[in-house]
Design a protein. Structure first.
Length: 73
């Protein structure tokens, strides 16, 4: 399903807007890394590298996953 979002002219290139949206949705936990990469138009690897350059970790651990990883260590 494709959705169209109409916004006023912000004088920001479309690719940059896609990246801003994807990063925000990913950081909020609204979408997965893969979905955010798709929104931004990049592979997961490239999107992860771009996040790292911005100081954003592409790996998000919630408490449940962290406890599980500690148990399995």
């Amino acid at each position: 399903m494709t959705q169209v979002l109409e916004i006023p002219d912000l004088n920001i290139p479309a690719q940059e807007l896609k990246m801003i949206l994807a990063e925000a949705l990913f950081s909020q936990g609204s979408v997965s890394l893969g979905k955010a990469a798709q929104i931004a138009g990049y592979s997961e690897r490239t999107f992860s590298e771009l996040l790292l350059k911005k100081g954003v970790s592409p790996v998000i651990f919630d408490e449940e996953h962290m406890v599980e990883d500690i148990r399995n260590a």
